[in-house]
Design a binder for this molecule. Structure first.
Ligand code: URA
Length: 448
């Protein structure tokens, strides 16, 4: 920032600390300066905390998003011969939808080019999950992504020095500084990645509940509205589902465990909410981009899972990104496993009344599935499998979870956290809905 005639970065921090709306030029220079590593982490961390506490106006959020996009290149996808779609979740626990959706949509004739994130706070990250597959690379260049989408229909990659590097840097810093759960910061982070890739449709899964950053459906609707407003500012079609995260979406909370679960869904062998939400998103993409009616679009998605077409697309994507495609046929031979496996048994009979999904995510993080500091590696093998869903009957001494750990001591601590995270009710409990609302546009970009 210094050297280009603009404000000292500390003045930007002070202005935001004191609640002033930042000018476009000063916010932009700050973000680009941080992306070029001219502004140190401690100054950027102070800025993030000021923005977290004071908020950002709609205009500042759009300026932040624009600056993050402009910190790198954008990716055009014309010439793939398919309609293109991107999908993103605002973050949850056992949220493997992207792992299923990308190859599923590709197997239905769409093209998916997706920039994903790493684990953030208590939530898991698609990149960490995919990297549990030995050899798989997520640091694709824009050109590699484009070629892969042409060849196999889908690519899931990280922000890199080329693509939205400012989000990559700020995302890691937010994770390490307790500044994640802010509507403008999440909206700018998510949408910068979506707007940097030129797809015909953006699908967002905005999560609400104990395992999400937005703890209530209303807060999630506000985040969804902020994302839709950004899409409108940038003239991009965006459809959003506000979905339940009051309990883990699937059963696997970890990295290799999540991949194994996604593969079971992709091979058509597993029913449940992870499959259901993946089918809903794939059907919505097909309805909006390929003009099918809702029921036909849903049938097409279910058919692609049940015939193995989606699993085949996943194998193609894994191989194209350098991973071992045998993971689809024999996940247990390819994915890393933890040395300790401990069953967790219910202490009472009744109905599962509630789950603190954030606490389960933190338990998996403490086992090594997440990071404490931004430079920490994750352990792909560890995590928690948690089986009952809210409203299900549980029986005393029945197995309700399995902990996968590096040591008995860590497994014991995770077991205690699991017991603390749940409430068993004597009375029947109504399960929550999976989808609270759909928002955003029904339009898509003009067909290529
Ligand atoms: N996903 C993102 O990409 N960014 C966030 O801030 C939260 C979820």
């Amino acid at each position: 920032m210094s050297g280009d005639g603009l404000t000292d970065p500390r003045d930007v921090v002070a202005a935001k600390r004191d609640g002033r709306e930042l000018r476009t030029d000063e916010l932009r220079a700050f973000v680009l300066g941080y992306a070029r590593r001219e502004i140190p982490d401690y100054v950027a961390a102070a800025f993030l905390m000021a923005a977290y506490l004071q908020g950002l106006s709609e205009r500042e959020t759009a300026d932040l998003t624009r600056a993050m996009i402009d910190s790198g290149e954008t990716l055009a996808l014309e010439g793939t011969g398919r309609r293109t779609v991107d999908k993103h979740s605002t973050g949850g626990v056992s949220d493997g939808v992207t792992l299923v959706f990308a190859p599923l949509a590709a197997s239905m004739g769409l093209a998916v080019a997706k920039l994903s994130g790493r684990g953030l706070g208590h939530t898991g990250g698609t990149l960490d999950k995919l990297e549990a597959i030995p050899g798989l690379r997520t640091d694709l260049t824009p050109e590699e992504m484009r070629r892969q989408v042409e060849a196999v229909g889908c690519a899931v990659a990280a922000q890199t020095a080329n693509l939205v590097p400012a989000d990559g840097a700020l995302y890691a810093l937010r994770d390490a500084t307790a500044t994640v759960a802010s509507i403008p910061l999440i909206a700018a982070s998510v949408m910068s990645k979506k707007l940097a890739v030129q797809t015909d449709l953006i699908l967002l899964d905005v999560k609400a509940g104990s395992g999400a950053f937005m703890k209530t459906p209303q807060a999630a609707r506000d985040l969804a509205a902020a994302c839709v407003a950004l899409a409108r500012d940038f003239a991009r079609p965006c459809r959003v589902a506000v979905t339940d995260m009051s309990q883990p979406l699937g059963t696997a909370i970890g990295n290799a465990l999540d991949v194994a679960e996604a593969i079971r869904v992709l091979r058509g062998g597993e029913r449940g909410p992870l499959r259901e939400l993946s089918v809903l998103f794939a059907a919505e993409a097909r309805r909006l981009l390929q003009g099918d009616g809702g029921a036909a679009a849903r049938r097409a998605a279910e058919h692609a899972l049940d015939t193995g077409a989606a699993a085949e697309s996943f194998a193609g994507m894994v191989e194209a990104q350098g991973g071992d495609p045998r993971v689809v046929e024999s996940p247990a031979d390819v994915l890393p496993t933890a040395p300790v496996r401990r069953e967790v048994r219910a202490r009472a009979s009744g109905y599962l009344g509630s789950v603190d999904a954030e606490a389960l995510g933190r338990a998996a993080g403490a086992l090594g599935a997440g990071r404490r500091r931004k430079e920490d590696p994750v352990d792909p093998s560890v995590g928690v499998e948690f089986f009952p869903r809210v409203g299900n009957r549980v029986d005393r001494a029945g197995v309700m979870a399995i902990v996968h750990a590096r040591s008995e001591g860590e497994a014991e601590a995770a077991e205690a956290s699991i017991h603390d995270a749940i409430r068993i009710s004597e009375d029947p409990v109504e399960p929550p809905p999976l989808v609270f609302a759909w928002m955003g546009s029904e339009e898509t970009a003009v067909p290529a």
